[in-house]
Design a protein around this ligand. Structure first.
Ligand SMILES: *Cc1c(COP(=O)(O)O)cnc(C)c1O
Length: 486
């Protein structure tokens, strides 16, 4: 059944509230609030009893898809199950009832949590220190780029270019541009890794840094990373890691040990927190020792006083890049990540990545006969297939496959990204899916590959079971075509 808007459910006089009679003289609207600020829409607030409001929103929530309902195989996004204990700790009054402006002496527990989280993240990625301020991965990228800029400026040799590999997430070149840099694209080779000849050719003395994602968005580990780090550093440039794919590395290897100078983490991906729909997120930035002095202020510091360990916020750091966020970052996401890391411990984190890798490779092997794999396996925590075969033979595009998977009760994978794969289907199962769920998902994609040849019309007209069917598909595919021809 189609769900009506709450405005359509409204019936005059069916209110869910009753005010006490006024005990002061009534004054005309416009007297207390200037009339230009009075909103006319407020006159048409729906009139609907509480019971109907609750049912309306519960029905809407049933129409929604979320990771508590089923698998969310969105490549590069690490949509993993979020343990409910993270929400429990986040709701503890000592955290949730804090005011960001209350005195430090009354917020020692919160500061301790932030300090310990920064230390744990530093340890996980092998970096000297971490700022928790940035509000998302892209915001972490911008922060990292501003740190790089400050570093070169302080050496008295500003540089103007940032190199970005062509398999990168779109936020990389966008952040580079926002940071005032010219972006230069470096190509990938046939193995899906950075093309070292192209890198060598583009690495001139105006290059501030190379931005790399490791493993990259094809799920492939950059096996020449030590060579790349040496090339970049010998050139006086810095090495930035987009750490959105940390779910593949936890406890196995560390960006700092590979030679990265800056890395951002996506707490809302690798360290669990419900995301999608715009946040909230958190994108801390880890740096090597030579960039530490530039971190945004305030920095949480630990000190000893009268034999007690205390914490304070320090803004007295002359070379800082400024604030990246009001107050201290998205605090509730920090509490969730802290809980997640403490619950799992070092051993648990390593098993997260091991299982994420095993799940991805298991799923890939199951799908191998049915879709094209454009770059060689094995993969890390995700993989990228191409729907080229289906498109050539039956004119069924990846977009159609993505629509059809909704009828099988799954969210679709990431599609048409990375840009270097045509008709891309990018799949990341994460460690939190069972073998049964992985099999059900593989069975669905295999069934769709079969439908594409036996009954293409079925796939082309999907979805048929969702509350709304195709949403202005002509517009969507025009945009996808633009995206793919760029
Ligand atoms: C998600 C993602 C980003 C951006 O992170 P946001 O938190 O969405 O801003 C950057 N790079 C990669 C590889 C990602 O997967």
């Amino acid at each position: 059944m189609k769900e009506q808007l709450i405005f359509d459910l409204s019936r005059s006089g069916r209110k869910g509230y009753r005010f006490s009679p006024l005990d002061i003289p009534e004054r005309p609207a416009g007297e207390l609030i200037p009339s230009k600020f009075l909103r006319k829409e407020a006159a048409s607030i729906p009139e609907i009893p509480e019971s109907e409001v609750v049912r309306h929103f519960v029905r809407l929530s049933n129409l929604n898809y979320h990771v508590d309902k089923n698998m969310y195989p969105l490549g590069s996004c690490t949509m993993k199950y979020n343990p409910k204990i993270n929400d429990y700790t986040c709701d503890l009054p000592g955290f949730s009832a804090l005011h960001p402006m209350q005195p430090e002496s009354t917020a020692q527990g919160a500061l301790q949590m932030m300090h310990e989280l920064a230390e744990m993240l530093s340890e996980i990625a092998g970096m000297a220190t971490v700022s928790l301020q940035p509000a998302a991965g892209a915001h972490g990228e911008l922060t990292g780029i501003l740190l790089i800029k400050k570093y070169h400026a302080k050496l008295g040799r500003p540089r103007h270019k940032l190199l970005v590999v062509d398999s990168a997430h779109g936020t990389n070149p966008a952040s580079a541009a926002l940071g005032g840099y010219q972006t230069v694209s470096v190509s990938s080779n046939a193995a899906g890794r950075t093309n070292l000849d192209d890198l060598r050719a583009k690495l001139d003395e105006d290059v501030a840094a190379l931005m790399l994602t490791n493993p990259n968005t094809l799920g492939l580990f950059e096996s020449e990373i030590l060579t790349i780090a040496k090339m970049v550093h010998d050139n006086g440039s810095l090495l930035y890691m987009d750490g959105a794919n940390m779910n593949a590395l936890l406890g196995l290897t560390r960006p700092g040990d590979m030679g990265f100078d800056v890395v951002h983490y996506n707490l809302h991906k690798s360290f669990s927190t419900p995301h999608g729909g715009g946040g909230p997120g958190s994108g801390p930035v880890g740096v090597s020792a030579r960039l530490a002095e530039f971190l945004p202020v305030p920095v949480v510091e630990k000190y000893e006083e009268n034999d007690a360990t205390r914490y304070r916020l320090n803004s007295d750091r002359p070379d800082n890049i400024g604030r990246m966020m009001n107050f201290y970052g998205n605090f509730s996401v920090l509490v969730r990540a802290y809980t997640y890391i403490r619950m799992l411990g070092a051993e648990g984190l390593r098993r997260v990545s091991e299982n994420a890798i095993i799940n991805a490779n298991y799923l890939l092997i199951r799908l191998l006969d049915h879709y094209t794999l454009p770059y060689p396996k094995p993969v890390m925590h995700e993989f990228c297939l191409s729907g080229d075969r289906q498109k050539k033979a039956h004119n069924v595009r990846t977009l159609d496959i993505a629509k059809r998977i909704l009828d099988y009760g799954f969210h679709s994978p990431t599609v048409y990204f990375p840009l270097i794969v045509s008709e891309a289907l990018m799949i990341e199962p994460t460690e939190t899916e069972s073998k049964e769920t992985l099999d059900a998902f593989a069975d669905a994609l295999i069934a769709i590959a079969e439908e594409a040849s036996s009954n293409p019309e079925k796939v082309l007209s999907a979805p048929e079971t969702t509350p709304v069917r195709r949403l202005d598909d002509a517009l969507a595919s025009r945009q996808l075509n633009i995206c793919c021809t760029l």
